[in-house]
Write a protein that binds this ligand. Sequence first.
Ligand SMILES: Nc1ncnc2c1ncn2[C@@H]1O[C@H](COP(=O)(O)OP(=O)(O)OP(=O)(O)O)[C@@H](O)[C@H]1O
Ligand SMILES: [Mg+2]
Length: 358
Amino acid sequence: MDISSLLGGGSKALIGLDISSSAVKLVELSEASSKQYRLERYAIEPLPRDAVTDGNISSLEAVADAIRRAWKRLGSGTRQVALALPAPSVITKKIFLPAGLREVEMEVQVESEANQYIPFAIDEVNLDFQVLGYAPGSEEEVEVLIAASRKEKVEDRVAAAEAAGLKALVMDVESFASLAAFNLIQSRLPEAGKGKVIAMVDIGAQMMKVTILRDQNVVYSREQAFGGNLLTQDIARNYGMSFEEAEAAKRSNSLPENFEHDLLRPFMDSVGLEVSRALQFFFTSTQFNQVDHIVLSGGCAVIPGVDQIVSSRTQVTTEVANPFAGMALSQKVRPKSLATDAPALMLACGLALRRFDA
Ligand SMILES: Nc1ncnc2c1ncn2[C@@H]1O[C@H](COP(=O)(O)OP(=O)(O)OP(=O)(O)O)[C@@H](O)[C@H]1O
Ligand SMILES: [Mg+2]
């Protein structure tokens, strides 16, 4: 994969492919009209435990198998995918360069800038840049976003997609792609959330990621080890199940009656507590002292009532993310399944949106 695709987009058919710790997720969007997207199809295929840990692919074979199965079930005509690297694997930096440089001149400048702050040799790195626009209050300089990551991180993901017969066209950064999906949600808030401080909280299997935004700008972000795996482990321990059995039982609601009181409620309470702690951290480490709205995503956001618990703990209105809420749905998509899957599809949706980038 060449330099220019680390952040690049395109207008060709493209599927969003999220390789996360518990599953491989695919989303394909189209344009229903110039003002509306349509969800054509999606697929989620669970991954064996430990196939992906801390954003690293530990078992290429297991990941490639899951991608292959997911793509088959998806039933799409395209094999081109947009992938993303976890934010911690990518160094990003904004720099200013003189306006009007040619592409090659810019590449040279970007490389020499990158040399100064990237902690590894430049030939071990995938480097990309994107011109964001004129520098604030200037017409002589442009603001340029540089993204750099270790080649092996990029290559692992590309290799997994290729081993499954797919072609990686775009390599994004997870946090950027999630923001693209979040923008869809934000555009439906009153006054599109203008001037409001909004916390995006994603609680997946391993990680809880908190991103706080004001007027589309990220003012704070933090991630910590906390997620649904804790509950799955409790289920496995309590009912003498394997991790996989526990995970399946949890998702299909087929657990003994005491589950809700003994395990689920305490887990939901700890979700509320962790979110409220995360906001406290945000207040103590910034000049902010309030959050106006919380948007919960990730598989743990699906637990019925978890939004109320978060809202009463934090005293902040809380909604469960549905990036597809304003979209048309193709007939292949079952609304009922989508309702439980949507909160975990933010990243895959954000990646699928890359096909519409100019
Ligand atoms: N209906 C449900 N009820 C309870 N928990 C659920 C449900 N659906 C999914 N989960 C939990 O959500 C978690 C998976 O969420 P998600 O798909 O967002 O994780 P991920 O993106 O793979 O993980 P991470 O972002 O941590 O890498 C699992 O722990 C799963 O058990
Ligand atoms: Mg996730």
